[in-house]
Write a new protein. Sequence first.
Length: 147
Amino acid sequence: MSGINKVILVGHLGKDPEVRHLEGNVSVASFPLATSETFNKDGRKVEQTEWHNIVMWRGLADVAAKYLQKGKLVYIEGKLRTRSYEDREGVKRYTTEIVAENFTMLGRKSDFEPPSNGDKSNSTDHSNDPSSTTVDFNENKDDDLPF
């Protein structure tokens, strides 16, 4: 049986995605992601934050560059990768990254929409507000589904 390399994170972007374009017009986006947990230590609440280096490739990188910004909450699935490189002094260094396979933007839809020129954030139009929609669950009693 082969092993499983799966990472699931929910956290906030530490800065806007940095996008580079490599040979063959391949896009790569990278950014830090903060995950936090709280626990009680000696009767007081303590928050511990971990920082993760996220890397996204190709189309996923393009979508991240368009929609993700510093501070936004995201759900990311991917895998751990450790790679080596030489720094400017020629010293071999290692880094561990999460190579994202997909992500979901969390929070309100408005958190990810670019502000419009006539910002109507205080408007009371609820036409797209799901909380103002009523649903009749007894609408179709003639179906033959057993549930």
